[in-house]
Design a protein around this ligand. Structure first.
Ligand code: PRP
Length: 211
């Protein structure tokens, strides 16, 4: 039997993803050690390999078949636009993709003004403003702490993930428009889906029962 390789997004989702896999009997004790610098882990018994990667890279590993399966947020799937099968909504890491900013920016959105939008998700922001709202905006790509942008005057609004809303609240910002709900998904390489159909569909069936 060949190894099936599972790529997990590093960060807040990883623990929850491992937890959900554990519920269907897929375990990887070694991976729980947060101090470890090891990158890849094996469960010999189940013929599974696991690795942690930057969330943005998970769809890439899966599209190229370096991982058969990935667990990653819908935000990353939308932003990366890779060729893969999205097979199940795992219901973990629920949050929303939103347009946010100071209350004063609401008017600018309503009047369709040419504003600047800072975001880690330029593709999602572009699709929303250009294709859904038909509003011309200038999109500025940032890599983190997006909430800073409207505070220091880099942009009027941001497009970012809102989970509890506390980052916005603590910085005097608010949700102005909601783009879409988000959660973690299991994604599968298109060739693996055919070649390892039985093992993968069995995993999907078992996951469906618990989510
Ligand atoms: C994300 C997101 C928001 C925050 C939202 O950032 O970009 O900043 O979480 O969560 P909340 O609504 O519960 O406050 P993350 O912590 O992943 O880091 P980043 O700012 O570097 O992107």
């Amino acid at each position: 039997m060949e190894y099936l390789t599972i790529a997990l997004a590093k960060g807040r989702l990883a623990k929850k993803a491992l937890n959900i896999l554990e519920q269907i009997g897929i375990t990887c004790e070694e991976m729980k050690d947060e101090n470890s610098r090891k990158l890849i882990f094996t469960n010999e018994e189940l013929k599974l390999r696991f690795f942690l990667a930057k969330a943005n890279d998970v769809p890439t590993y899966v599209e190229y078949g370096a991982a058969d399966i990935g667990i990653v947020g819908k935000d990353t799937i939308l932003e990366e636009g890779r060729k893969l099968y999205e097979v199940i909504d795992l219901g973990i890491g629920r949050c929303r993709m939103c347009v946010a900013g100071p209350e004063s920016a609401r008017e600018l959105l309503q009047h369709g003004e040419l504003i600047r939008v800072a975001t880690k998700y330029p593709r999602i922001a572009k699709d929303y403003f250009y294709n859904k709202k038909h509003q011309t905006v200038e999109i500025i790509k940032l890599n983190g702490s997006i909430e800073l942008a409207p505070i220091v005057g880099l942009s009027e609004v941001i497009v970012d993930i809102v989970e509890t809303g506390s980052t916005l609240r603590e910085n005097g910002l608010t949700v102005l428009e909601e783009i879409c709900p988000l959660s973690a998904r299991m994604v599968v390489n298109q060739v693996s889906m055919k070649m390892e159909h039985e093992r993968i569909t069995d995993m999907i069936t078992r996951l469906k029962k618990i989510v």
